[in-house]
Design a protein around this ligand. Structure first.
Ligand SMILES: CC(C)(COP(=O)(O)OP(=O)(O)OC[C@H]1O[C@@H](n2cnc3c(N)ncnc32)[C@H](O)[C@@H]1OP(=O)(O)O)[C@@H](O)C(=O)NCCC(=O)NCCS
Length: 153
């Protein structure tokens, strides 16, 4: 498996294969897949590729002052779950932040309360539940994790 920064080409491939990542929620999730991640945030957005197939992706945004990163989406292709692909994508984000964006202190993510796998993932990868957010339709849990500075590890 290789991890690369998100390019527009990969962005469109993912868009064409959303049911392979989100099952019956694909149509709901489609509007969340904005091209801005490929155009403006490729340094903090990644795809995992195996045998020329995208098997996972993480889209994130860096705040203007570079002190916070928000994980907007993280998804793994069906059939590839529980093989640490999301963990590798998260590790890549964390190492990128600590090396290229040393001002970044915190990673945030929201996960709707019904998303059992998402909650298990963030909880078991060092994120702390920090509150509840009322989104358009559903309640979401706010997760936060500090970024380790590469120079003080
Ligand atoms: C959430 C998701 C990204 C996890 O991807 P993954 O590659 O399967 O996750 P990993 O293999 O890296 O698992 C990391 C940890 O998450 C937790 N976890 C993942 N799947 C789990 C499951 N089915 N049951 C319990 N815990 C689980 C475990 O703690 C796991 O670590 P462990 O295997 O050492 O116990 C994947 O399930 C997915 O794509 N879901 C649909 C999209 C989604 O809901 N994304 C999150 C909101 S944006």
């Amino acid at each position: 498996m290789t991890i690369t920064n998100l390019k527009e080409e990969s962005y469109f491939s993912i868009l064409n294969e959303l049911p392979d990542f989100w099952s019956s929620s694909a149509d709901t999730m489609r509007p969340y897949h904005h091209i801005m991640f490929a155009k403006y945030f490729p340094e903090v957005s990644f795809v995992a590729i195996e045998h020329q197939k995208i098997i996972g992706y993480l889209y994130a945004i860096l705040s203007a002052n570079q002190q916070k990163t928000f994980i907007h989406l993280i998804a793994v292709r069906k059939g590839y779950y529980r093989k640490k692909i999301a963990t590798v994508l998260l590790n890549k984000l964390e190492s990128t932040l600590s090396h290229l964006f040393p001002k970044c202190r915190q990673i945030e993510a929201y996960c709707i309360k019904e998303n059992r796998l998402g909650i298990a993932f963030f909880s078991n990868r060092g994120f702390l539940q920090q509150g509840i957010l009322q989104t358009q339709e559903k309640e979401a849990i706010l997760f936060r994790k500090p970024v380790k500075n590469c120079c003080t590890k």
